[in-house]
Write a protein of this length. Structure first.
Length: 269
């Protein structure tokens, strides 16, 4: 695995040399845009609307629009004036409980691995957080952008860094349509709780898969091989307005599926 960031975690007066590695990958099916007539890929060119010509990379500079149509140019020399410690150091600001951080703040995940000389302080920080059941809130700069970050222990051995949004990046719920007041019957609440309880299990990520991606790949493969793909018809859903009846039917459906799975396992054993 190739590292994508190298620096240090600042833990009080302790500096821990580390490297960051991307923890996730995009397995989505990506499409190219083609010209409908000749099926050629569409090109995207960088055109200056004033000079009316294509511009090369060395003609492009970074500009910040401080007023509509007014820009200030930021070059590499300006960026180099930012202190290196700010750019290459993950500063731990606080420690807290993970359940105190709402998941809406999380963005991207990176594995943290120690550099050759950083193993001992790395293990010290990892094991101390593990014993106290704490996570660290830090600040980090990745790809010219500063983020809040959460450092936590992952799978007992490694630590991970989750980049986080700053509070002003979380949109307020005031702009959402209001939820009207409704009266819930005791039976509806009981059945809803029962359904949730029936569907409750240990989180096992292995049992979930991207069935949309699988279906999409099947369609692509069938097009490549020029064969017809059979798409099963979905059962028609009845328009059930009675919440209690719908919840009861849901519970019965979950229970019958669970029984069928157990029977299948016994036959396979």
């Amino acid at each position: 695995m190739r590292s994508m960031w190298k620096g240090a975690i600042s833990f009080g007066l302790v500096s821990i040399p580390i490297k960051l590695y991307a923890a996730t990958e995009d397995n989505s099916v990506h499409f190219r845009q083609l010209h409908k007539d000749c099926k050629s890929p569409i090109k995207y060119e960088k055109i200056c609307p004033v000079c009316n010509r294509q511009v090369s990379e060395d003609e492009i500079v970074k500009g910040y629009e401080y007023e509509p149509g007014k820009f200030v140019i930021i070059d590499e020399e300006d960026l180099e004036r930012i202190p290196k410690s700010t750019v290459k150091t993950i500063d731990i600001l606080d420690f807290t409980d993970l359940n105190k951080i709402d998941p809406i703040y999380f963005d991207k995940t990176y594995y943290i691995a120690p550099d050759e000389i950083g193993a001992k302080p790395y293990v010290l920080l990892r094991d101390s957080m593990k014993k106290l059941n704490r996570v660290a809130v830090a600040r980090v700069v990745i790809r010219s952008r500063q983020d809040l970050a959460c450092i936590r222990v992952y799978n007992d051995d490694y630590m991970v860094l989750e980049t986080m949004h700053f509070p002003d990046e979380i949109r307020n719920t005031n702009g959402l349509p209001p939820i009207r007041n409704v009266d819930l019957h005791e039976n509806e609440v009981k059945m809803a709780i029962k359904l949730i309880d029936t569907l409750t299990s240990e989180f096992s990520p292995e049992k979930y898969d991207d069935n949309y991606r699988k279906a999409l790949i099947d369609i692509i493969e069938s097009k490549i091989q020029d064969r017809k793909i059979e798409i099963p018809e979905l059962p028609k859903e009845e328009n059930v307005l009675d919440l209690v009846s719908a919840l009861k039917a849901s519970i019965e459906s979950v229970n019958s599926e669970s029984t069928a799975k157990k029977t299948k396992k016994k036959k396979g054993a």
